[in-house]
Every structure is written in C-alpha cells, then in structure tokens.
Design a protein around this ligand. Structure first.
Ligand SMILES: [Zn+2]
Ligand SMILES: [Zn+2]
Length: 191
C-alpha cells in the first residue's frame, strides 16, 4: 500500500517536472519568435530569450512589459503610411501666380483667375496648356502653339505670353512655362 503511494507520488512528480520543462520550452520558443518580429538585433533576441528561459513565467511578464511595442512589420507599414502622407502633401499643386492651392483638374485658379489648364473641345478632358493635341481623343487643340520647324525644343520660351481674347473678363493666361509648381513651404514641411 505504502509502496503504491510512493509510486504514485513519483509518477506525479515526474509528470510535473515534464510539464514544467515543456511549458518552459514553449515559453522560450514563443519569446524567441516574438522578439524576432520586433527586433533585428541578435543580442537583444538572445538576451530576451535567455531571460525568459531563466526567469520563466515572471520573466515573461517582465518581457511583455519591456518588449518593443510594435512589430517590425507594423513599424514598416507605419513608415509607408507616413511616406504616402508626405507625398500627398508634396504633390499638392499651387497656382503659379498667387500660390493658392489648386487641384490638378482646375482650369482656372479660383483665387486669381490665372488659366492653369484647358479643356479639350472634343472630349472635354483637361489638358495641359503646352499640349498641342489632345492625348485622349487625338484632336488638335486650337490655339495651342505649334512647334517651330526643325526645332525640337519646347515652344514655351519662344511663345509670347498669350492672352485670352476676352481680356476684359479678367481672365489671364500665363506664359506656358509656368507649369503648376509645388508650394515650396509644403515641400519643406517634409524635413
Ligand atoms: Zn491664383
Ligand atoms: Zn480630347
């Protein structure tokens, strides 16, 4: 009878030890995988894993408190998000005359009435002022400056600033080289 109880105790202790070893092993594996997603520093990875291996469950609690809050993937995604936000700011267009913000589809600056783009009379797409032909429907753009023969350069420099016929309306047309510019102060925000 006493022998039986001793045997049972032995089995229980062995099972407890086996469970503890397995549990510790699982903790160490989990910690190693977790720290790998959060730090590329091999020293940090080894220290964190050893820490949990030695300290077991209390060590894991402390590790959970001290570990880097975001994984490398999360940090990467956040940096991508920030980058695209910055690009958004940088790609915002400004009127070349009054520097007010304008949209890419604007034909006129709503603030100072500078002509920014023109509309294809055939397909109604928005065209850059320097385009001689509509790239969407291949219709020629009346009033656009033609390239001088034999000169591959853009005509922008040569062409005088063209004014709209109805100058009395206050609508001005900028010289063609005045492509929409990015606001310099917006570009500087990036730094
Ligand atoms: Zn303007
Ligand atoms: Zn067109």
């Amino acid at each position: 009878m006493l022998q039986n109880i001793a045997n049972l105790l032995q089995i229980l202790v062995a099972a407890g030890v086996a469970w503890f070893v397995g549990f510790t092993f699982a903790l160490v594996i989990w910690t190693f995988r977790d720290i790998q997603t959060r730090s590329q520093d091999v020293v940090v990875q080894i220290l964190a894993t050893l820490w949990v291996a030695v300290m077991n469950l209390p060590g894991l609690v402390i590790y959970l408190i001290l570990r880097p809050s975001s994984t490398l993937v999360e940090a990467y995604e956040r940096s991508l998000e920030e980058e695209s936000l910055l690009q958004d700011i940088e790609s915002r267009l400004a009127c070349p005359t009054c520097q007010q913000r304008v949209e890419a589809e604007f034909l006129l600056c709503p603030n100072c009435l500078t002509q920014l783009k023109r509309q294809c009379q055939h397909c109604s797409k928005v065209l850059l002022l320097r385009w001689n032909v509509c790239p969407y429907c291949a219709h020629e753009v009346p009033g656009a400056t033609a390239l001088p023969a034999g000169d591959g350069r853009h005509t922008e420099e040569a062409a005088p600033a063209r004014r709209l016929a109805r100058s009395g309306s206050g609508v001005r047309e900028r010289p063609l080289e005045s492509e929409l510019t990015v606001q310099p102060e917006l570009a500087r925000e990036r730094r």
